[in-house]
Design a protein around this ligand. Structure first.
Ligand code: FRU
Length: 466
């Protein structure tokens, strides 16, 4: 069955490859599915020197469905190979989707943990945390479920992230309690196959946190600058001023995980991105010790169906890789330095109008003041006293919509533009706005107005000789 399912997916790729790559909104240097829908980054790891990025993939439609794990590998996170499908939803325990999960190395082998999603005919859902293994990092053998659903959670229980500390393996799983509160469940294991439950480490209405959503997806527990940080994507938060403006959120709690008592003490939740299109991020630590994050540059909301790329049979992309640092109780994110390899044709911009489509803009402020940058007359970044706002056209209504964040001052902007995306890094990664946008194809105009005194450098970006 796996053979035929995989073959069907490859046929789909072949059939639509030209249509997809000729879409003018196709991105130039971001990871995308070759056809169909992409969502979460999965299984991030550097294994035997090679970077692996897997992703949630529905090859057959541009809607969500029985997900595969697509696979890319790279030596530098810039030049990527499209590898054979890693996992297909072919078995009784994953037939409605090989859902999100993570990768670890043990004894020279690459292990994938993922959620086997099963929907019964009566609509009930089953969830199995599954294991697959590979010697070469390319061909995977499924080993089946290694963890069943504990009875005190609903079947919204998924997205295992595994790590090692001293001699033990640990796993966090995104979960929902029987009272329908979002939470993170912790497990530990000596051998990757047998898992013991260690309770909940954080959740809605737990340890002083108020109502904080009905489901927490894609947890990730990392160690950063002496602290333990829980990244998680909660669903069900209500908008609160400038915060929680998207349908679902992604953010983090900084704290300390007491590995003896299996308790996590943490501070307040902070969002990782202030734009429109960012969800379900995952991190990994590479061989040089950097903690690197990829996010899904999209989100499951009602606008998904209005993405103009759907006519060309594809939708969504991953963000560029970002290196995480923790300073003064806050995560800073910076584009990884390898992305400098994409730079072509450096120009020191002397005018306030210039053209850019797939480009990096570096803007240094000698003197800050109110300003407004127009991106191809389709998205606008403006700064006024202590508020920075990104506007873009809503895909459904056609009206401008905005996201705002408070920021004391702006000293630097680093902006990654691709054919239909913007990633704006403010003050060396203090805040980030990520958004898809779909400008008129003939409009490449960037204009900067305002009182700020700035120095602008532009590079065209592309890794295909363009
Ligand atoms: C997050 C998510 C995960 C799930 C996957 C399914 O976007 O809903 O919780 O594993 O997507 O594709």
């Amino acid at each position: 069955m796996t053979e035929t399912l995989m073959q069907k997916a490859y046929n789909e790729v072949k059939k639509y490859r030209n249509k997809v790559i000729n879409d003018p909104y196709r991105l130039r240097y971001h990871l995308m599915a070759p056809v169909g829908l992409l969502n979460d980054p999965n299984g991030l790891i550097q294994f035997k020197g090679v970077y692996h990025v897997f992703y949630q993939w529905n090859p057959f439609e541009t809607t969500h469905g029985a997900k595969f794990w697509g696979h890319y590998t790279s030596e530098d996170m810039v030049h990527w190979r499209e590898d054979p499908i890693a996992l297909a939803p072919s078995e009784w325990y994953d037939r409605n989707g090989c859902y999100s999960g993570s990768a670890v190395e043990s004894n020279g082998k690459l292990y994938l943990f993922y959620t086997g999603n099963v929907k019964q005919e009566d609509g009930t859902r089953e969830t199995y945390q599954c294991l697959a293994v590979s010697e070469n990092g390319i061909d995977f053998e499924k080993l089946g479920p290694v963890l069943r659903l504990p009875e005190h959670y609903t079947s919204h229980f998924r997205d295992p992230k595994v790590w090692k500390k001293d001699d033990l393996w640990y796993m966090v799983v995104g979960a929902q309690t029987l009272e329908e509160k979002g939470t993170v469940a912790l497990f530990h294991s000596k051998d990757l196959y047998h898992w013991e439950e260690a309770g909940r480490i954080a959740g809605s209405e737990m340890d002083g946190l108020k109502d904080f959503g009905y489901m927490w997806e894609c947890p990730d527990l990392i160690h950063l600058n002496g602290k333990d940080v829980l990244l998680v994507s909660p669903q069900g938060l209500k908008p609160d001023g400038d915060f929680f403006q998207n349908l679902f959120q992604s953010g983090y709690f900084i704290g300390e995980l007491d590995y003896k008592r299996m308790k996590f003490q943490h501070g307040a939740f902070a969002e990782l991105d202030r734009g429109f299109d960012f969800y379900a991020p995952q991190t990994f630590r590479d061989e040089s010790g950097r903690t690197i994050l990829y996010g899904w540059m999209g989100i499951t909301d009602e606008l998904e169906a209005y993405q103009p790329t759907i006519v060309n049979r594809w939708v969504h992309a991953l963000t560029i890789p970002r290196e995480l640092e923790l300073h003064d109780g806050k995560i800073f994110q910076k584009p990884v330095k390898e992305l400098k390899k994409l730079r072509k044709n450096k120009v020191v911009v002397e005018t306030n109008k210039f053209e850019a489509i797939s480009a990096e803009l570096s803007i240094d402020f000698e003197k800050v003041g109110p300003f407004k940058i127009s991106f191809r007359n389709e998205a606008y970044l403006s700064f006024e006293s202590d508020r920075l706002t990104l506007e873009r056209r809503n895909l459904k209504s056609g009206n401008l919509e905005s996201r705002t964040c408070k920021i004391a001052s702006v000293s630097k902007l680093q902006i990654f533009m691709d054919h239909s995306s913007l990633e704006i890094f403010i003050n060396e990664g203090e805040e980030i706005f990520t958004a898809r946008y779909f400008p008129n194809l003939n409009d490449a105009m960037i204009s900067i107005e305002g009182e700020a005194k700035i120095k602008v450098i532009k590079w065209n970006l592309g890794n295909d000789g363009e």
